[in-house]
Design a protein around this ligand. Structure first.
Ligand code: GRG
Length: 302
């Protein structure tokens, strides 16, 4: 992978971490808050500041940059998205869901503290995300913030990620086919990644046509990300991924790898990346980073 791309990824990731470190702090009481319980804040910090790759915020910051929006103006939305992603991981790891002991190579939140703390940390990250996205921010007017909040809610809620998780749990008892697997994946993992790209266009007040391009790119990038994850689940080690692998097979989960086989899944992944790159062509070289991001999603090894 191109060194310039990796540097850019780590620069944005560090900026997101600095922003979250400040925003989710025991002393950073916001107007209207009464107090911030130490254990809850500690669990929220542990969930967000423990080494995530920050891929979704990266897509938001880079999509926004395509329309001339600064990193500072995109940051609250990017960080909000990361909060929702981290909440979903905390809740996904709970005994009632995937029952995992390891996340990002460290004990999961309910293992480090307890289930109640993990549930409340997840709830708080979800709620806090909407505080971040709607709070006044230089260069982002009220209409834009309202639109971002609405799109984020639809991506994370019953018709998006949470709904996808429900379908995923139900699929364990059934025998889902291609259509079912594609739908649940587009909701469970895809919706947040689609939002990551759409958010840049919303922040940049892009034309409806441009917004549609970013939305389609986000959909394809999300599919590529999930398909790479399914492939890694059967090809990578637990150490490499920082979480238990081989779980899909153990749970009897239908994935594109189990439905298509590894070779066909890899061919499909290449096709998704080609499509994602082609869709950005109207933006020319200005979209090179987003094109590289789609390739990175497909080629990642953790
Ligand atoms: C509990 C409402 C609720 C939703 C859970 C996203 C999700 C839905 C569950 C996670 C299950 C999972 C491992 C899905 C595969 C794709 C995925 C989200 C991988 C982790 O994302 P990365 O690689 O993680 O971006 P880091 O740690 O880098 O942030």
């Amino acid at each position: 992978m191109d060194e310039q791309f990796r540097n850019r990824l780590s620069e944005h990731a560090e900026a997101v971490t600095r922003f979250l470190d400040k925003a989710i702090s025991p002393d950073e009481i916001r107007q209207g808050e009464i107090s911030r319980p130490a254990q809850l804040i500690a669990a929220m910090r542990y969930a967000t500041l423990n080494g995530g790759k920050r891929l979704r915020p990266f897509v938001t910051i880079e999509s926004a940059a395509l329309f001339g929006v600064s990193e500072a103006a995109a940051m609250p939305t990017a960080a909000a998205l990361e909060c929702i992603h981290c909440y979903s991981l905390v809740h996904d790891d709970l005994p009632a869901m995937d029952d995992d002991d390891l996340r990002r190579g460290k004990p999961t939140v309910h293992r480090k503290w307890d289930e109640a703390t993990a549930i409340l940390a997840g709830d708080s990250l979800l709620t806090f995300a909407f505080d971040l996205v709607t709070a006044p921010c230089d260069g982002v007017d009220e209409t834009v913030r309202c639109k971002l909040a609405s799109h984020l809610a639809r991506a994370a809620g019953p018709g998006g990620m949470a709904g996808g998780q429900m379908l995923d749990l139900q699929a364990e008892d059934g025998d889902p086919g291609m259509k079912e697997v594609l739908t649940l994946q587009s909701m469970k993992t895809g919706a947040l990644i689609r939002f990551a790209a759409e958010a840049g266009a919303i922040l940049g007040k892009a034309s409806p046509g441009e917004q549609e391009i970013l939305s389609r790119y986000g959909r394809l990038a999300g599919q590529a990300f999930q398909l790479a994850d399914d492939i890694l689940d059967v090809t990578a080690t637990t150490e490499q991924m920082g979480k238990k692998t081989g779980k899909d097979g153990e749970a009897g989960k239908g994935t594109l790898v189990s439905l298509l086989g590894l070779d066909e899944a890899r061919r499909r992944l290449d096709g998704l990346v080609e499509e994602a790159v082609a869709i950005l062509e109207p933006f020319g070289d200005r979209s090179n980073v987003l094109k590289a991001t789609a390739r990175f999603f497909a080629g990642r090894d953790s």
